[in-house]
Design a protein. Structure first.
Length: 314
């Protein structure tokens, strides 16, 4: 298995890093009511703040920008990313320093693969709210995507200063350290994540991948098994377990685990396994060749091949 963040094992685990978009007030079915006009002249004179016209204007700006933000997050949840971006941009036209709007725009741009624009948005979050730990976390994830692992680690360090119990920051720190080949430090980060959240299945998978590279096969298999116990339909863990068995020439275990990976993602399994050096030792085994030639079953739950970097919300 590859040992950098562009490699197969790392990207597989990153696929399993779940979306964590936390919103404070998303309305029923994910939509906020349409924003009211910025200045409602028919009600302005009756405002309880009519003694202070400037305060009335600021109140309307705040209300309308919040409605656009909530609508944007609702559209994001439905997968309408371009429309969501329009909502966040509208909120920013009203009030350019709204961290929630920058955050939402960055999240959507990240899903669309706009790496540099995503980074800019999360940097704006931090500019306007220096202690916004989600902004730091999302910036770290965006930096991971463009292979700036040292910079990403700095972001995750800041997250942990602000929120020491953030297991996702420990996990992502571990992924970056793995990508930099600092395997013992990566392992320590995964262990820290699991101390905080023992049922974090993707941290168990990350731990397993680091242990493979440290040639600690028994511990790696144990980690993948824990991940699978927590999430049976767990393609990265099954695939990682298969590579581990292959490297110690346990053909039956490798084929069995690879078969499970194939059940959950046949296309990804074939595409990865056919060139993965982890399987070189069993590549000419009849069972391995036969498995790769098996017709693909249709499985709508198969994870995508691309590394989908997901970001956290407010």
């Amino acid at each position: 298995m590859q040992s950098d963040l562009n490699g197969q094992s790392i990207s597989l685990v990153l696929q399993d890093n779940p979306l964590d978009v936390e919103t404070t007030n998303v309305f029923t079915h994910g939509f906020a009511p349409p924003p009211t006009p910025l200045f409602n002249r028919s009600t302005l004179g009756r405002s309880p703040l009519n003694a202070d016209p400037e305060a009335t204007i600021l109140q309307n700006i705040s209300r309308d920008s919040r409605a656009w933000i909530e609508r944007g997050y609702g559209l994001h949840r439905l997968g309408n990313y371009e429309e969501a971006i329009v909502c966040f941009e509208t909120a920013l036209e009203i009030y350019p320093s709204l961290a929630d709007a920058w955050q939402g725009k960055g999240i959507c741009l990240g899903v669309l693969g706009e790496s540099e624009a995503t980074l800019y948005c999360f940097e704006q979050v931090i500019v306007h709210q220096p202690n916004n730990y989600r902004g730091w976390h999302n910036r770290g994830k965006a930096l991971m995507r463009v292979a700036r692992y040292d910079d990403a680690i700095t972001c995750f360090k800041r997250v942990l200063q602000l929120k020491p119990e953030n297991y996702k920051a420990w996990y992502n720190r571990g992924m970056c350290l793995d990508g930099l080949h600092h395997l013992e430090q990566a392992l320590n980060s995964f262990d820290q994540a699991l101390m905080i959240k023992p049922d974090c299945y993707y941290a168990w998978s990350g731990r397993g991948n680091a242990l493979i590279k440290l040639h600690r096969s028994d511990e790696a298999i144990y980690s993948f098994d824990r991940s699978i116990d927590l999430r049976t339909h767990n393609f990265p863990a099954w695939y990682g377990k298969a590579t581990c068995y292959a490297q110690i020439y346990q053909v039956v275990g490798a084929i069995g685990s690879l078969t499970q990976a194939m059940n959950y993602s046949p296309q990804a399994t074939r595409s990865l396994a056919k060139d993965d050096p982890a399987f070189d030792i069993i590549r000419y085994e009849v069972a391995f060749q036969s498995l790769l030639k098996t017709p693909e079953s249709k499985n709508p739950a198969s994870p995508p091949m691309a590394n989908v970097l997901q970001f956290s919300g407010r």
